[in-house]
Write a protein that binds this ligand. Structure first.
Ligand code: SF4
Length: 222
């Protein structure tokens, strides 16, 4: 049985990590250790939890029913689980097509485009499964307002006709204000999006002033 190790999936449609309304999944495990990474809780390859491709495809079907128009794969480092992810994306496309949805796929990777071949055929297959890639390590010293990116070096690369249609206009698009989405339950707050530098620490401080603390810690610190 093929499984993926995930950090989490977004509990609702996301509109801040790619165009339209998206199903977002964060894979578990990243060896790149970018200083200043805001997702340090995704680094441990043994963390998170396992999900079968069947379970994940069923979840995607639910999101299609809610009106999803695409899938964003973030992490963690997707290339660490490239073969299973490519299998999932193939299945997800078939499921979407069956209900008349031309869903696009955006994959974030910390690798540069010219590093992918060196990772092996599975990484190339995953890259080919994506309509667009966002590539490159996160560099804390290079803040940016480029859409959907965490640092100015990261590149948005459309790779298919659908990718060019939906993403080409965003490759150099600069956003005025960073957009974040918040999901909450009685256990945790999930902040989705790419925050400006210092915003998370400021928010934490402000909440502490209001008597709110994060008992289980935060994902952006070790
Ligand atoms: S920013 Fe991305 S690539 Fe870099 S360490 Fe964090 S999860 Fe890995």
């Amino acid at each position: 049985m093929v499984t993926l190790r995930l950090s989490r999936t977004a509990p609702g449609l996301v509109e801040v990590l790619g165009p339209g309304r998206r199903f977002v999944l964060w894979v578990q495990g990243c060896p790149l250790a970018c200083p200043g990474c805001m997702s340090r809780d995704t680094w441990d390859a043994d963390g998170g939890g396992e999900v079968t491709l069947e379970e994940l495809t069923a979840l995607w079907r639910d999101f299609l029913d809610l009106g999803a128009t695409g899938i964003t794969v973030s992490g963690g480092e997707p290339m660490e689980q490239a073969a299973a992810l490519a299998d999932f994306l193939d299945a997800a496309r078939d499921v979407a097509a069956a209900v008349g949805c031309e869903a696009d796929v955006l994959v974030y990777t910390g690798y540069e485009e010219d590093e992918l071949a060196g990772l092996g055929p599975a990484a190339l297959r995953l890259a080919d499964s994506a309509d667009a890639l966002i590539t490159g390590r996160f560099r804390v010293a290079e803040p940016t307002r480029l859409a959907w990116r965490g640092s100015a070096n990261q590149r948005l690369l459309p790779r298919t006709p659908l990718g060019r249609q939906r993403y080409a206009g965003h490759a150099d698009r600069v956003v005025e204000n960073t957009e974040m989405q918040v999901f909450a339950d009685d256990q945790a707050l999930l902040l989705v999006g790419i925050p400006d530098r210092g915003v998370l620490t400021q928010a934490e401080r402000r909440m502490r002033g209001d008597g709110l603390t994060f008992g289980g810690g935060v994902s952006w610190r070790p």
